[in-house]
Design a binder for this molecule. Structure first.
Ligand code: XCC
Ligand code: SF4
Length: 684
């Protein structure tokens, strides 16, 4: 295949169209099947595999066995990790090893390259200020604010895409999507003070969509959903001056403060971090969750299956990876299209098997029961099964290296967001106005690719684990008979000591899934209910904790509750934007008891977090009054002032703080002690 020189790449526009380069088929795949939606090869098709694999020397089998055991507790992942090492297919763990040891200045957060007077590092005792005069406290806090703003922007921009879709549905600019939960839309409209009488769901969609889009700007100067929080919590924010004003505004304010010569006081900088995170949790993410429920349905309790074993040898396998249900919901529709199913059969497959990965997988799992392959560190392994025809990605948490992994197999990586084009992927410009047509073209490409699969290279390990999902607040209330009162009574009676939101990612710093599963098990043993989202929930699911029979692992009281209600001791509440469901749950408990969130016997934990988004989540948990324990140390150790503010000082401001504890068993002890203290405070 002809390589595209960069100058040509630039002059021909952002993408190299397949037409320009006469690539009408790759490995026999007809890429021009759909007239309306044509894929575009981003830059060039990667074919680095042979070279790379030759470069990786043959490892001794004992070392392979040792690494396999050290890297994960996911039994289905192990055979694939082993195969990848034997065949020299690079994975995240190999790259992690190659990055060791890390730069100690970056790790401590005391390097700065914000401007060209630098880059600067703080090296005590003499080099204690950057060229501009910034000291360690300022450099660390600016770096942290940058991280929070990035995470908040990612969540909130995802929320914007969902809200925009609602608006397009309401104004008739797309007919591919409908209003799946008009009742929820009406409730939201009322919260916004919008008259609902006599209005159709579509009219309301337009009005609510427009009102929500306004909250991204700065005319209104407040966010509607902040009013869901208990009054005392809102007063705390106002007093501290951290009530968010507008979603985009808070992100821009952060970026302004970290420009050289603006923010100079680390306390002021970190407070803005809290404000920006609140605009994510109670703003962008909460809109993302609620509007996704309106468009695609509020999750109800249902069953499904999980792990790499959900791939099927005799089916066309398609994985959706990323975060945005606007794409994945259309793919769900497309894989059921009779024409495409017939095409799959014509190509020799028994049908089309759609599976999820990471948060977009959680969205589909919660609402549709679509089976799930795994979490963040499973993403390359899904490809190495050799049974995946296409991985369709949107944005966030997608390894840029996926096309390299795919080049060792027949798998196509299909990117769909103009924000996240990936060299070596086939790009479809996915927009809601022609969502279904594009999804169909993508699925057709995957189906046609089935004949390129090499059956000799297929390795689908093990059998899937069953799970129970769909625990939206609405579904939990339903299961409890219509309100949270029975839950409150159980907590008051001490049958459930409290609840913990376990959230966040995988990170090669931690043995894959070990942090999540160990912490969850330790907490349920102490009669503490776990509510989980994102990759944490997926880890627990793979370990069987999302099944009612996992109650056998819980303490006696929690076990009895789970058995009576026929629910698991670990509840799956959704993707990472759905951490807003945990905020709403906390708010509703606080409102019912008429106390601020910080007085509740609840906590948060992120045992394996990696992402900037996770920092924003942790920050809005703490800013909302939820004590939060991290399993991975953020890059802040270079400033004892910042560390002490986050782990102690914040108690005086938001009545909550961060703790860092890499050992999940010890983290469970910290959390249990905190919950008991809060129970005493409430007199229960
Ligand atoms: Fe990404 Fe959301 Fe983290 Fe998983 S948990 S690694 S952010 S997919 Ni959200
Ligand atoms: Fe150095 Fe200050 Fe520039 Fe950072 S902002 S690179 S500390 S001079």
């Amino acid at each position: 295949m002809r390589k595209v020189p960069p100058e040509e790449y630039l002059t021909k526009g952002l993408y190299t169209t397949l037409g320009d380069y006469q690539i009408s088929s790759v490995d026999g795949v007809n890429l021009m099947a759909e007239e309306e939606s044509k894929p575009v090869l981003v830059r060039e098709r990667l074919d680095v595999c042979e070279l790379d694999r030759a470069r990786m020397s043959l490892l001794n089998p004992a070392l392979i066995a040792q690494k396999m055991a050290e890297r994960t507790i996911d039994e289905n992942a192990k055979p694939l990790i082993e195969m990848a090492m034997k065949e020299g297919i690079e994975t995240v763990w190999d790259r992690f090893e190659m990055q060791q040891p890390p730069c100690k200045y970056c790790e401590a957060g005391i390097s700065c390259s914000r401007c060209t007077m630098g880059p600067c590092r703080i090296i005590p005792p003499h080099r204690i200020r950057g060229v501009c005069g910034a000291d360690a406290d300022l450099i660390v806090s600016r770096n942290l604010l940058d991280t929070i703003a990035t995470g908040s922007a990612a969540h909130s921009d995802h929320g914007r895409d969902i809200v925009e879709t609602l608006y397009l549905v309401g104004t008739g600019k797309t007919t591919d999507y409908g209003i799946a939960d008009p009742d929820k839309l009406r409730l939201i409209a009322k919260e916004y003070g919008i008259e609902t009488a006599g209005k159709s769901a579509h009219e309301l969609a337009a009005t609510v969509g427009s009102a929500m889009l306004e909250e991204y700007g700065m005319v209104k100067n407040t966010l509607q959903f902040l009013n869901r929080a208990p009054k005392a919590t809102r007063e705390m924010w106002d007093k501290l001056g951290i009530s968010p004003r507008g979603i985009d505004r808070e992100v821009v304010d952060c970026m302004h403060r970290i420009q050289m010569g603006v923010g100079a006081d680390y306390v002021n900088i970190l407070l803005q971090g809290l404000r920006c995170s609140l605009s994510d949790g109670w703003g962008g993410s909460m809109m993302g969750t609620d509007v996704s429920d309106v468009l695609f349905g509020t999750p109800t309790i249902k069953s499904s299956r999980i792990n790499l074993g959900v791939l099927r040898e005799d089916h066309v396998n398609i994985a959706v990876h990323g975060h945005n249900p606007v794409l994945s919901e259309m793919v769900v529709k497309a894989v059921a299209d009779p024409e495409l199913v017939a095409l799959a059969r014509k190509n020799g497959a028994k049908g089309i098997n759609l599976v999820g990965l990471c948060c977009t997988g959680s969205e589909l799992l919660m609402r549709k029961g679509v089976p799930m392959t795994g979490n963040h560190l499973n993403q390359e392994l899904v490809i190495t099964t050799g049974a995946l025809e296409a991985m369709i990605v949107d944005y966030q948490c997608i390894f840029p290296s996926l096309p390299r992994t795919a080049s060792c197999f027949h798998t196509l990586i299909i990117s769909t967001s103009a924000k996240a084009t990936i060299p070596g992927s086939y790009f479809f410009d996915f927009t809601p106005d022609k969502g279904f047509l594009t999804a169909k073209a993508i699925v057709r490409m995957a189906v046609e690719n089935f004949k390129n699969r090499n059956p000799k290279r297929v390795l689908i390990p093990g059998t899937p684990v069953p799970l129970m999902t769909g625990f939206s607040n609405e579904a939990i209330k339903n299961a409890l008979g219509g309100s949270f009162k029975p839950l409150i009574d159980l907590i008051a009676a001490g049958k459930i000591r409290g609840a913990v939101g376990i959230v966040g990612c995988n990170n090669p710093h931690v043995k894959h899934d070990y942090g999540h599963v160990t912490l969850s098990k330790a907490l349920i043993k102490k009669n503490i209910l776990c509510v989980e989202t994102g990759c944490a929930a997926i880890a627990s699911a793979k370990a069987g904790l999302l099944m009612p029979d996992a109650a056998a692992l819980a303490g006696d009281d929690l076990r009895a509750v789970c058995e009576a209600l026929k629910i698991p001791p670990v509840l799956h509440m959704g993707s990472c934007v759905d951490n807003s469901r945990i905020l709403v749950l906390a708010a509703e408990l606080g409102n019912a008891l008429n106390v601020p969130i910080h007085k509740l016997p609840i906590a948060g934990a992120a045992p394996e977090w990696y992402s900037q988004k996770a920092v924003s989540i942790g920050a809005y948990f703490v800013a909302s009054g939820v004590y939060t324990v991290l399993g991975v140390m953020p890059h802040i150790s270079g400033s004892s002032a910042v560390v002490s503010l986050l782990t102690e000082g914040l108690k005086g401001a938001v009545n909550a703080n961060f703790a860092v504890e890499p050992d999940p068993v010890k983290a469970a002890d910290l959390i249990a002690a905190h919950i008991e203290k809060k129970r005493t405070g409430l007199g229960i």
